[in-house]
Structure formats: C-alpha cells, structure tokens
Design a protein around this ligand. Structure first.
Ligand code: NI
Length: 393
C-alpha cells in the first residue's frame, strides 16, 4: 500500500503544486476564506468526496467512506487562513492581495489536506475506516476550531491528525514530538490608574507611566524568582498606551500582553500570580489597577500512539534519518488543541526549509518561502498514517 500511495502522490505532484500556488496567490484573512473554501470544496467534490460547505462559518468538510460498517471517523484537520502581512518574497506566484500573505504555510496545509483526500478517495475500498477532512478557517485568531466544533464536526470522530510546516527542518524531513507540542496562550490586559498632574510637580500626582514601568519589570523578575524554571512561562507585554503630553503626568496606562505556559497547573495559577504582583506594586505607590486575564487556547498535547503513527509512517516511507524526534516544545500556540478536548490527536511538523540555504525565513516573515517538494512528503506521511491507523485498530 505504501508504494501505491507514493505512486499516487507522485502522479498528483504537478497538480498539487498548481493548487498550492493558486491558494498562495489568493490569500484570505481569518474568517474571510470565501474563495479558498469554494476552491477547496470544488477540488474535494471533483475527487469524489461528500462535501459540506459553510461549516464553522467559512470552513469545509469532506468525507471519504472506507469499506467498513463502522460509523466512526478519523479526522484530518488543516487550516486555510492567511495573515495581514505584505509579501516581499519576489516569487512569481506571490500574493496578489495587498497586505495579505500566506506567511504561516496554511496554503501548504490546505494542499496537503487536499492531496491526502484525493489519495484516500482512490484507495477507499482498501481503507478500513472513514476519514473526515476538516478545512478550518480562522486559526490565526484562534476562533476557527471553536466554530467548527460548535457546528458538530467532532460527532463520531475517534481521533484527529494535523500538520504544521516548520522552516527549520529541511524539506523531505518531518518532525514528531511526543507530549507537549505547543503552549497555552492567554491574553492579558493590565490597567493602572494614577492621578494626573504637572510634569514639574510629581509629588502632587501619581505617575501611572512610572508605575507601569515597575509593573513590567516586576513581572519579568518574578518569573525568574517565583516560577519553576523547568515549567516555562513567557509573559510579553506587546503594547502600552498612556499619557497625554510631555509635561503632563499620566493618570492611566493600559498594558496588553500575551502569556504562554506549557503546564496546565502552572496555567491555572497565573491569573492570581499576576494580580498579586500588580497589586503590590500599585499599592506601594498609591495607584489603582485592574487585571483582565482572558484564557485563550490550551497547549497541544500530542497523543503517544498517534505520534508513533506519524513517526513510523515517515520512517517507512523514507528513512529514519528523515524523521526528527523533537526534544523541545514550542511556546507558539495552535487552536488544534481545542479538538483535543474531545478526542486524542497529534500534529507533525512538516519540514519546508530549503536544504541548501543557510537562512530559511521564519513563519510570519514577509519573505517566508517553502520548498514545495515538502508537499509530497506531507501528503504521503498523512495518507499513509491514516491508512495505518485503521490497520492497527
Ligand atoms: Ni500556522
């Protein structure tokens, strides 16, 4: 079966490159994936899948029925949205949309999903189970998985597989990670209330900017002294608003940030931990405060057996030196984790770096590029892993 899958993939290669370039040239922002969804639905139905559009707003679902009485599905999820970035790659199939770019490789993910669907549709009679393909919108704003789940895509699903491109792994290789793959990502807003006054008479005012500076410093220092260094927490304040004029003491400052953590127990204590530090600094200098902690997506925790499925699919399809077992998690976030609240699942990292380049630009970079030979690596890995999933059951 592996040879058959590889042959089918090789035959599909030119078409898949064409598909990927089409999607790459026509990127759409999160929640606005109308053309992409229509295009995906077209490819799926012409490949013989049962297709449903408008699932999770702009998402698409396609199903391959295997030769089984079982009503359960293995889900394969890929995401379709692009980023508000002006592409500077200089490629002849670069984005045709001003200020929007597939800089996170979701064009590749969608193509891998489509290629896998085309192959599994062709081997459906030998497939020991059913596969549901989830083409998800709005991953970049961590909404799409919610929308899809609310529309019932997890009904009768017993496990879920996913993929994300990775520029620091060369094309032709994949990365697998047992356990924590990505971090929980929460949003933080801190408001500091001082008292306005003349810039020349600080003793008559409560300087919210000075206190905000101490809050930022105190939080960073407290991480190093009060958080377990083996359980990483990253807190980044990315935006500060406050003040009116150079000679007026600010009465109010807003700090906006992101909080990343890998361990669920650490995550649950973070809101109180932050509030205590903010409260102490503000009380010291007579300022008021408010902390708004909003839980975003949890971390992706890869299932052991499904990670092994990817590892063995990759090793059998090529060789073991083309499968990297990744020693570290990422503190990036992925809303794939929301599906994992329902069923076990795993994502693998698809190498897309040019092997002969010293620098491959990172994800979300305006010059981000992928070595397109990775598409076939992704499709074969995903299709063979899906086939093996039913063989093992
Ligand atoms: Ni992404």
């Amino acid at each position: 079966m592996l040879t058959r899958i590889k042959d089918l993939a090789a035959k599909l290669a030119p078409r898949l490159i064409e598909i990927r370039r089409h999607i790459h040239s026509h990127p759409e922002l999160s929640g606005q994936e109308y053309q992409t969804a229509a295009f995906v639905a077209g490819v799926l139905s012409s490949s013989g899948l049962r297709v449903q559009e408008g699932v999770g707003k702009t998402g698409v679902v396609g199903e391959v029925k295997g030769s089984t009485q079982d009503e359960h599905f293995l889900a394969i999820r890929t995401d379709m949205d692009a980023l508000p970035i002006q592409e500077c790659s200089g490629l002849d199939y670069a984005s045709k949309v001003e200020g929007v770019m597939h800089a996170c490789g979701h064009d590749v993910h969608t193509t891998v999903g489509l290629g896998t669907a085309m192959i599994l549709a062709q081997i459906a009679e030998e497939l020991g189970g059913n596969v549901r393909f989830l083409f998800q919108p709005a991953e970049e704003i961590a909404q799409g998985a919610h929308w899809m789940i609310n529309d019932g895509v997890m009904q009768n699903v017993s496990a879920i597989l996913g993929v994300h491109v990775f520029p620091s792994i060369p094309a032709g290789s994949i990365g697998v990670r047992y356990g924590a793959l990505t971090a929980a990502a929460d949003d933080l807003e801190i408001l500091i209330f001082g008292e306005s006054g003349h810039g020349a008479r600080p003793h008559e005012a409560v300087d919210a900017i000075w206190i905000a500076a101490q809050v930022v410093t105190a939080l960073q220092q407290a991480i190093s002294r009060t958080q377990n260094p083996l359980r990483p927490v990253v807190l980044s304040i990315g935006k500060i608003n406050g003040g009116r004029a150079a000679n007026v003491i600010a009465d109010k400052v807003q700090l906006l940030g992101t909080v990343r953590s890998l361990h669920p127990e650490t995550r649950t204590q973070l809101p109180n931990w932050i509030e205590r530090i903010v409260a102490n600094v503000c009380h010291s200098y007579g300022a008021g405060y408010q902390v708004n902690y909003h839980q975003g997506v949890p971390g992706v925790n890869n299932d052991y057996a499904l990670t092994q499925l990817f590892q063995s699919a990759g090793e059998q399809a090529w060789s073991s030196d083309r499968v990297q077992v990744l020693p570290e998690s990422s503190l990036g976030a992925e809303d794939f984790s929301l599906y994992l609240e329902h069923v076990p699942g795993a994502m693998f990292r698809l190498g897309v770096g040019y092997p002969d380049r010293i620098i491959n630009h990172p994800l979300h970079h305006p010059e981000f590029e992928v070595d397109e030979s990775a598409i076939i690596t992704g499709v074969v890995t995903m299709a063979y892993a899906a086939y093996q999933y039913f063989q093992r059951k």
